[in-house]
Unconditional design. Sequence first.
Length: 137
Amino acid sequence: MSNPKPPPKFVLTPEQQKIVEEVRRLAEIEKPEILAEGRRVFEAEQCLNGRLQAVMSILKAVRNSQKVTLDELAARTGMTKPYLSKLENDAEANVTINTLYRIADAFGHDLQVSVIPRPQPAKVVTRKPRARLASQG
């Protein structure tokens, strides 16, 4: 068996090099905004995952109250026992709405999803400093 040839070296034309440099320059300018958006999206996903995990905890309590084993739940949902165990016990598990619906349905429950407005943060009111009269000092 022979060693494969390394790929040919890629050479840019001067015009292509200028384009690459311009794209890099623009990316560097936009980098703080891109990183901020990435952090915002990550935090939103973490918040959502926490809420879905909270619903999973409720469904685990329902399972325990109905004395349903993970084996029984696996049979009812078509999911594997190890996967269900991970969903119930691993805070980092990827819980989806579809999965929660299937589990709730297996217990004869409905899953409701609501869209409600978030409370608005309180507005900060600032006052302009008063002008001092010459007689005040």
